[in-house]
Design a protein around this ligand. Structure first.
Ligand code: MN3
Length: 385
C-alpha cells in the first residue's frame, strides 16, 4: 500500500512513519511538512518518497541543499512548496491512501483535492470536517472514497460500529480525559500557565491539541467531527469525562447494548486500523491490564467552567459557517495563549465574541469558509487584548 502523508513531522505523522517501518507492505510515496527540516530531512533519507512539499520556496531550497549535503540524489525526488505543493502531495498518482495529519484549516483544500482524485482518506485533521463536513462527506460519497477516522475517539466509535449491519445508533458516548484541569473551578483557571496547560496527563500530542484538551475545546471539535463522520445529531452525542482514558468511546444501539473500544492510550492503533481497515494487524506495545486498572470512572463534563465545550454545541446548532468561526477563533486564540499574550480563560471569551460578531452564512462554499476564517482573524486582530 502506498501512502501519502500531509504533515509528516507532527505527532500523527511521525507515528504513521513508525507503522510504515514495522510493516513491509507499506511505503511512503509523498509527504509534506511546513518547516521542521531537521526531522523532515531524516524522514526523507529513510523513507525515500518521490515527492515532498514544504511551506515555502525558501524552505524548499534549504531542503534541497540539506539533501545534497547528505549526498542524496536530488534528481530522484521532486520538491514542491506552498498550497499547490500540499495539493500535489494529496493527489500524488501513486498514493492509495492519504493521511491528513496536518493541524488546522490548512488541511481543507488538500483533503478535498485528494477525495476528488479518488484517494481514501485517513483523517487526522479534524478541522476539515468541523468547517467543511457538509462539503466533504457528500463529496466522498460521490467519489466512492472512504473517510477513515484516525482520531482515537472516532476510531473507537468506528470500530464499535463494525458488525452492526448498519443498525441505527441511539447514542454516541464520546469520552474525554478531562485534561490537566479536570475538577478545577473557573477561578482556579484564571492564572494557569502555558506549561501547566501543556502537561496532559494521558496522551502525548502536539501543542495546539494539548491546549485544546485543557480547554475541552478539542472535545467540542470532536463532537462536530463525530456528527459528520457518523451522521448522528449532536443531541445524541454525549461527552463523558473518563480520566483513565481506557474506554476510547462507545456506541449505544436501540436495544440498549453499548459497544465500546478499550485499550492503552496509543495513537498508533487508530492509525494502523485506518490504514488496514477492515483488517486488524499486529501491533507492538503495552497491553491493557484490567487488574492493574481496577476501576473506571465516568462523570458529566462541567460545561460552565469549560464553556468552550458548550460553545461547540451552540456553533453546531447554529450551523452554516458558525463552526468555522468557532474553529478559526480558537486557532488564533490558542496561538495568542501560547505566545503568552492572553490568559487561559480568554480563549473561550474570544471564541464567544467572534461567534456573536462575524456574519452568519448558510451552507458556505469553500471560498465562504476561507473568507469566514479571514474575517474571524481580522476581528481578533482588532480586539483589545
Ligand atoms: Mn481525540
Amino acid at each position: 500500500m502506498n501512502i501519502s502523508i500531509i504533515g509528516s513531522t507532527g505527532s500523527i505523522g511521525t507515528q504513521t512513519l513508525q507503522i510504515v517501518d514495522e510493516n513491509d507492505d507499506l511505503s511512503v510515496v509523498a509527504m509534506s511538512c511546513k518547516s521542521s527540516l531537521d526531522v523532515f530531512t531524516e524522514q526523507i533519507l529513510k523513507h525515500r518518497p518521490a515527492l515532498v512539499s514544504v511551506g515555502d520556496e525558501k524552505t524548499a531550497e534549504e531542503l534541497k541543499s540539506r539533501l545534497l549535503a547528505e549526498s542524496f540524489d536530488t534528481d530522484s525526488i521532486e520538491i514542491v512548496y506552498g498550497m499547490d505543493g500540499l495539493i500535489e502531495v494529496a493527489t500524488c498518482p501513486e498514493a492509495d491512501i492519504v493521511v491528513t495529519a496536518v493541524v488546522g484549516m490548512i488541511g481543507i483544500r488538500p483533503t478535498i483535492a485528494a477525495i476528488e482524485a479518488g484517494k481514501d482518506i485517513a483523517l487526522a485533521n479534524k478541522e476539515t470536517l468541523v468547517c467543511a463536513g457538509h462539503i466533504i462527506m457528500p463529496l466522498a460519497k460521490k467519489h466512492g472514497v472512504k473517510i477513515l477516522p484516525v482520531d482515537s475517539e472516532h476510531s473507537a466509535i468506528f470500530q464499535s460500529l463494525q458488525g452492526s449491519a448498519g443498525s441505527p445508533v441511539a447514542k454516541i458516548i464520546l469520552t474525554c480525559s478531562g485534561g490537566p484541569f479536570r475538577g478545577k473551578t473557573y477561578e482556579e483557571l484564571s492564572d494557569v500557565t502555558v506549561e501547566q496547560a501543556l502537561a496532559h496527563p494521558n496522551w502525548s500530542m502536539g501543542k495546539k491539541i494539548t491546549i485544546d484538551s485543557a480547554t475541552m475545546i478539542n472535545k467540542g471539535l470532536e463532537v462536530m467531527e463525530a456528527h459528520w463522520l457518523f451522521d448522528v445529531p449532536i443531541s445524541r452525542i454525549q461527552v463523558t469525562v473518563h480520566p483513565q482514558s481506557v474506554l476510547h468511546s462507545a456506541v449505544e444501539y436501540e436495544d440498549g447494548a453499548v459497544i465500546g473500544q478499550m485499550g492503552t492510550p496509543d495513537m498508533r492503533l487508530p492509525i494502523l486500523y485506518a490504514l488496514y481497515y477492515p483488517k486488524r494487524m499486529p501491533l507492538s506495545g503495552e497491553r491493557l491490564d484490567l487488574f492493574k486498572i481496577g476501576h473506571l470512572d465516568f462523570m458529566e463534563p462541567d460545561m460552565e467552567t469549560f464553556f468552550g465545550l458548550q460553545l461547540a454545541y451552540d456553533a453546531m446548532s447554529a450551523g452554516g459557517n458558525m463552526p468555522t468561526i468557532y474553529n478559526a477563533a480558537n486557532e488564533r486564540a490558542v496561538a495568542l495563549f501560547l505566545d503568552r499574550k492572553i490568559p487561559f480563560l480568554c480563549i473561550p471569551e474570544i471564541i464567544s465574541e467572534c461567534m456573536m460578531e462575524v456574519d452568519l452564512m448558510d451552507s458556505p462554499s469553500l471560498e465562504d469558509i476561507l473568507l469566514t476564517e479571514q474575517k474571524t482573524y481580522d476581528l481578533i486582530d482588532r480586539m483589545e487584548l
